[in-house]
Design a protein around this ligand. Structure first.
Ligand code: 2IT
Length: 447
């Protein structure tokens, strides 16, 4: 297998699908050497099969806005790979959603889910619906219209969606209500991220952020460092950033920045509990503006329009927003300002140039598919609880999440340790995830 040849074929077949091509390139580059030591993979054309989704559903979603106007969006579900379990992955509602974006996310999800130690295949879905400025009633009508099509494609042993950007507990609730009405079954296992009183797992809302900080602790410990007292810059203010801020604070770090599409809020004294709670209000408002934090807490947060979180001096950078949000120029600025570690929490949050810069300049870096896997892992724990018709307490879920993040870190170390003793977490995560999925595909024959 030669990465260049496969990429040339994919580029010709899917011109312009840039996020998808970027995600595939990153994985193939990492695994090429190991893959070529396994002629049985080559014979079975594992890579050629793995880069293509099993299937993609595309559907029209029509709904009526508050003014009585008819709106039409496009909905998708990309079922990427089911070698190690039923399709599993989030739904993204964002104006920029395209098949390319969902293919990249479904591809990443396949390897991420393999790292969690749980039996889940990879999928992703969503719509180009833009929640910005929409009322709660509009969100509900959209979610119901979306589920009217999606429900035929999913099931507890088939495909289990959850949230992602633009889809949180509120949206999962509206979608679950509609699913239940259509299926005439109280099938809790069909969606994860549900409310705590109707089948949701405790700690699922916090899990992506908590897991990211547990991974960061493991990584720092391995490098002989400690998170206590570190200054942390976080991008975004959604569900993932929220969970990361809670746990960072709990572990004795100081979150000195959060950001949004409008700019950055610098928080010189560090974010506090009240401000973290306010992130939830900001998310529910659908205004998509981080400036609201500075308006609400004028003495604590200083807003600068048009700037990213990466302009604020910090020790640790935690991208928690969107793919490609951290460019090479940002990586350089971070280094100049003293940053020495970046744990990518968003899916493919760092551009390839930024990753190479971190790696070539001795800055600790770990990729999203390892760092953020605590979210989907806790979705997996929610599925287990649903299947058993029970719910675990916070202690039990948190202990399992700790164990899973530790195990993901160990897999990265096992497959990513370099001759000089440092760990290439990108290689480690990609090889560990790939080997598990590839082996399962091989054992299940040519299908
Ligand atoms: O990117 C992700 O891992 C998620 N959005 C969570 C997926 C899930 O099924 O919980």
């Amino acid at each position: 297998m030669k990465t260049q040849d496969i990429m040339a074929t994919l580029q010709a077949k899917y011109p312009g699908e840039n996020e998808y091509l970027q995600a595939v390139q990153e994985v193939l580059e990492s695994i090429e050497d190991v893959y070529n030591q396994h002629p049985e993979f080559e014979r079975a054309k594992i890579v050629e099969r793995m880069v293509e989704p099993d299937r993609i559903f595309t559907f029209r979603v029509t709904w009526v806005d508050d003014k009585g106007e008819v709106q039409t969006n496009t909905g998708y579900r990309v079922q990427f790979n089911s070698a190690i379990g039923p399709y599993k992955g989030g739904l993204r509602f964002h104006r920029a959603v395209t098949p390319s974006m969902l293919k990249f996310l479904g591809f990443e999800q396949t390897f991420k889910n393999a790292l969690t130690t749980l039996p889940m295949g990879g999928a992703k879905g969503g719509s180009d619906f833009d929640p910005k400025g929409r009322t709660d009633e509009e969100i509900m009508r959209f979610c119901q219209a979306f589920m009217l099509e999606l429900w035929q494609c999913i099931g507890p042993d088939q495909d289990i969606p959850a949230g992602d950007v633009g889809v949180g507990g509120r949206e999962i609730g509206y979608m679950y209500g509609m699913y239940k009405k259509l299926a005439r079954e109280y099938n809790t296992g069909v969606l994860t991220g549900k409310g705590a009183t109707w089948g949701g797992s405790i700690l699922r809302p916090e899990a992506t952020g908590f897991g990211a900080l547990y991974f960061t602790e493991n990584l720092l410990h391995h490098a002989g460092k400690d998170i206590k007292g570190c200054k942390v810059a976080v991008s975004g203010f959604g569900n993932v950033a929220w969970g990361a801020c809670i746990k960072a604070l709990e572990l004795g770090a100081k979150v000195v920045a959060i950001s949004g599409p409008d700019g950055v809020c610098e928080i010189p004294g560090g974010i506090d509990k009240e401000m973290i709670d306010y992130m939830l209000v900001m998310r529910a408002s659908n205004r998509d503006r981080v400036e609201d934090m500075a308006t609400r807490f004028p003495g604590k947060a200083v807003f600068t329009p048009g700037k990213k979180a990466w302009s604020i001096p910090c020790d640790i950078a935690l991208p928690c927003a969107f793919q490609n949000e951290l460019a090479e120029a940002d990586a350089r600025e971070l280094k100049e300002n003293g940053c020495w570690c970046c744990c990518e929490v968003s899916n493919m949050g760092c551009q390839p140039g930024a990753i190479h810069f971190f790696q070539n300049n001795g800055i600790l870096f770990a990729p999203g598919k390892a760092v953020n896997a605590g979210g989907v892992a806790t979705s997996g724990l929610e599925m287990t609880q649903n299947a058993e018709h029970i719910s675990w307490d916070a202690k039990e879920v948190d202990e399992r999440l700790h164990f899973i993040m530790k195990s993901i870190h160990e897999q990265c170390v096992k497959f990513g340790t370099q001759p000089d003793g440092t760990v290439d977490y990108v290689k480690g995560a990609n090889i560990a995830g790939f080997m598990k999925v590839a082996q399962a595909m091989l054992e299940q024959g040519t299908i």
